[in-house]
Write a protein that binds this ligand. Structure first.
Ligand SMILES: [Zn+2]
Length: 262
């Protein structure tokens, strides 16, 4: 028996299990990125499921984003206040850098699935990802069932949940009209801050304003380009008319349109 297998047996006998499925999924998706990340860009916390230490990626986050991530992972006062905790959770889920980190995990999953035919290690890792996805699916079904059954409760976790998610759903309904991923994220974050801090923060409102300006400038640039394109077409049309009138005076047939635009 290898030392690792013996260690696992001793740990099991002592009731100290290995990492849970959630931790293993995390390290398969983000292990490479975590190894590439400087230690001061990692948050060391403890997994709620198995109690093992776990590293979360902080790189690319602003100080404010880091403080929310730290509080959601470590601050017991926040974690024991359902409304604030649910709102912080949603705030993080829509944070642009968090969405980028999720994409890193999705790319790693794609890489492993492509490699699994010829790589046994990749296949073992994909098996863990599949097992975790199935576990998450079962949780989601149970969660949705509880949500429906307890929808009309006046207090408790689900009452708090519906307060926060009711607001979140209002912003989600506006997503097609908002039509911009970054602006949508900032608007969700601003609404969640009302639950987290009692008001929308100046920082997020500035992000909303800056992004709205960028979108307006981009729309203005497109309008300008479209007008220029129309003007150029009109000039070409007039040139053609002039050229064909001159040709007609000399008894020549009109040019085909392709010759005019060449
Ligand atoms: Zn764990």
């Amino acid at each position: 028996m290898s030392i690792a297998a013996r260690l696992r047996k001793v740990e099991k006998a002592a009731g100290v299990g290995g990492r849970c499925l959630s931790c293993r999924d995390h390290y398969i998706r983000y292990g490479n990125e975590i190894r590439r990340t400087a230690p001061n860009d990692l948050l060391l916390t403890v997994c709620d499921n198995c109690g093992h230490t776990i590293k979360l990626i902080y790189s690319g986050c602003t100080e404010r984003e880091r403080s929310v991530l730290t509080a959601a992972a470590l601050d017991d006062r926040l974690r024991s206040d359902p409304v604030k905790w649910i709102a912080s959770y949603a705030w993080i889920q829509y944070m642009p850098r968090y969405l980028e980190i999720l994409r890193i995990g999705e790319e790693e999953e794609t890489r492993l699935r492509d490699a699994m035919r010829s790589d046994k290690s990749a296949m073992r890792q994909v098996n863990v990802l599949n097992e975790y996805a199935a576990h998450e699916k079962r949780l989601e079904v149970a969660y949705n069932l509880a949500k429906e059954q307890l929808r009309h409760q006046k207090d408790g976790f689900w009452a708090d949940y519906f307060i926060v998610y009711g607001t979140l759903d209002e912003v989600r309904k506006r997503q097609p009209e908002i039509n911009d991923d970054l602006l949508f994220s900032f608007l969700v974050m601003a609404e969640m801050e009302v639950f987290m801090w009692g008001e929308k923060s100046a920082e997020t409102l500035k992000l909303v304003g800056d992004r709205q300006r960028e979108i307006e400038e981009e729309a203005e640039r497109k309008r300008f380009e479209e007008e220029k394109r129309k003007r150029d077409e009109e000039f070409k049309r007039r040139d053609k008319e002039f050229l064909n009138r001159s040709r007609a005076l000399c008894g020549l047939p009109p040019l085909p349109s392709s010759d005019i635009h060449a």
